[in-house]
Design a protein around this ligand. Sequence first.
Ligand code: G6P
Length: 348
Amino acid sequence: GAADKGIYAHHTLKEINEQGKTITGALAANHQKLGEFAGIISGAKHVYLTGSGTSSHAAMVGKQLFSKYAKIKSDVIISSEFQYALDMIDSGSVLIAISQSGESADVLQSVKNARQRGAKILSIVNVSTSSLARASDLFLDIGCGPEIGVAATKSFTAQLAVLYSIAGQLSSSENKEIFQGCDIAPAIDKALALYPAVARVAEVLSTVNDIYLLGRFLHYPIALEGALKLKELVYVHAEGIAAGELKHGPLALMDKGTLVILINPTDNTFMDTLSNAHEMKARGATIVGVSDQNNELYDYWIQLPKVQDVFYPLVEAIPLQILAYCMAVGKKVDPDYPRNLAKSVTVK
Ligand code: G6P
């Protein structure tokens, strides 16, 4: 059954490993409603994206894809803050709500409030019978199957996959090609095969109390998501930082042995993020480079497979999920059911 862990020790590990199938499935899915969904977005006066936790990080990636490739402006407002932004919402607004469960109270309340003010509601869900799906004018299903582990893993990358499809649909034909004709499956398999390398890094990190994750552009939401996985699964202080903000504060934290995970694939962010690595290294930081290219600044290197630039978030998320999983196991805490947390938070 769905709750069966199969050969895996934990649901979380099983779900991480399912991503070979779930990502390709979600990217290739023939969403019959995709055209209509994109049409509603194009017709909006103002587009908002909302979600909680991991789903809000997917929303942040979506926003960047919409603006860079489809030239559509949107704002991300996390669902717990949405109630304070209502003055801006009217009948010209479209709200895209993202939720694995479709039952998070903050998300449902945001949708209710937005609808009251005349907004159209689109959603991206994993449960087509959920309250959110029912409360939407139109929804897309990420179709990754039941997710049991409290910390979201395969649902995050499936949400990204659906956001890629939407961005592709919204893009000009020239940009559309960026999202098409790409066989991502071998790269996902390579990312999953990083397990032994990531397990070694997990051991190195097992004694640290603070972990900083840095990235720019599409990699900033992944830094936030990696930090969230570490908080949820390992109970360690972890902070996602937009790498360019380093000089505006976080650099003061850098000292001998400060642990930094640098998300730095060879895209348009590469050189700037590398110069951030220089600045941190000069203060004694230990740097774990997450990149398709090694660098002398990296004390440890998690080698990403090469993919088209736009798809790096998918292959970055996977080793960060594995890292949190391995650290939880090393710490002998249950990765499937972190203390104090619930899979879906249905109360305010
Ligand atoms: C809870 C879970 C998180 C999840 C968030 C949003 O806080 O512990 O892992 O990201 O809810 O859940 P949703 O089902 O709305 O995506």
